[in-house]
Design a protein around this ligand. Sequence first.
Ligand SMILES: *[C@@H]1O[C@H](CO)[C@@H](O)[C@H](O)[C@H]1NC(C)=O
Ligand SMILES: *[C@@H]1O[C@H](CO)[C@@H](O)[C@H](O)[C@H]1NC(C)=O
Length: 338
Amino acid sequence: MCLLGGLSAPPLLLLPLLPLLLCDCSFPPELPNAIQSVGDQQSFPEKFTVTYKCKEGFVKVPGKADSVVCLNNKWSEVAEFCNRSCDVPTRLQFASLKKSFTKQNYFPVGSVVEYECRPGYQRDHLLSGKLTCLLNFTWSKPDEFCKRKSCPNPGDLRHGHVNIPTDILYAAVIHFSCNKGYRLVGAASSYCSIVNDDVGWSDPLPECQEIFCPEPPKISNGVILDQQNTYVYQQAVKYECIKGFTLIGENSIYCTVKGDQGEWSGPPPECKGNEFARGAWVAHWVRPLPSARVMISGSWDRVLHRALCSAGSLLPSLSLPASLPTCDFSLSLSLSNE
Ligand SMILES: *[C@@H]1O[C@H](CO)[C@@H](O)[C@H](O)[C@H]1NC(C)=O
Ligand SMILES: *[C@@H]1O[C@H](CO)[C@@H](O)[C@H](O)[C@H]1NC(C)=O
C-alpha cells in the first residue's frame, strides 16, 4: 500500500521517484514477548524504524536485532529476540561477580557465573565459587565459599586488658581497657580492616600509663612521714604532728583515681596546738600518787611557771621542770605556762 504520507508538496524534480519515496509500511509485526510503542499509528514512512522492548520477565538476547525498519513498503525481517533469563546474579556479602559477568544481563537456563572474594575474605577452595541459572530461572544457592580473613593476634596490653567480643576476623572490633590506676593513651578500640590489600588492625594497641596523684598537701605544724617523689593509686601518705601539737582527723590519706586523674582520698589531718600551749591545761594521772606519772601529749621540757591541783595542793617537793609535779591526793593537775 503506497500513500503520500508526510510529503504534502514534493518538489517537481523528485516527481519521477515518487513511487519509491512514498511507499509506506503498515502496522509493524508482532514479535513474541516483545512490545513496541507506536500507539495506534497505522502508516509508517520509508526508513521509519520501530524498536521493540522485551515484556516483563524477558530479557533481550545479546547480539539479536530488536528493531524493524520500513524499506520498500515492507518491514525488515526480525527474529525473536526476547527470552526468559535469570535475574542479575545474587549479590553476595563475601564475594563479587567476576568482571566478565558484570556487564551481562541475559542469563538463560544453565548459565554459570563466577565470583571472586571481596577484600578481607579468602577463598575456601573446597566449595564452588560458581552459581548456575536453574530451570525455574532462579540462581543456585551459594555456599559460603569465601571466609573472613583473620587479623594477627593483638597481643597483650601491659597493665590492661584486650576484650575480644566475637573474634579477630575481618570486620571484627576489639576493645581496650586499662587496670585501675592506669590511664589509657591511644585508641580505645581497633577494627580488623583492610590494610595494604590484606587485613590488619585499624589502630595499634594503646598504652596504659600509671596515674600519679598530685604532690600530697602540706600541713602546718606537721610533717609527711617518709615522703616519696611520686604517689600512685592506693599508695598512702602518713602525717605526724610536731611535738606539742595534736593530730585532728585521719593520720593518713591515700591516692585514689577519679576518671583518669589521681586525687587524694580526703583532706589531710590538722595539727592543733594543745591547750598547754594556750593556757590552762589539765593532765590526768594514770596511777594514784605518789608514783603516778602525768600523761599528756605535750612535752615536759617546756618551762612551767605554775602548776595547780584541781583539789588538794601541790606537794612541796615540786620543782619544775626537772621533776614531775605531783598532787597530794587529787587525780587531776592543772598546769599553766603563765
Ligand atoms: C531461549 O532460551 C532457550 C534456553 O533457555 C533456548 O533454547 C532458546 O533458543 C532461546 N530462544 C531465543 C530466541 O534465544
Ligand atoms: C527453583 O528450583 C530449585 C531447585 O530445583 C529449588 O531449590 C528452588 O526452591 C526453586 N525456586 C523457586 C522460587 O521455585
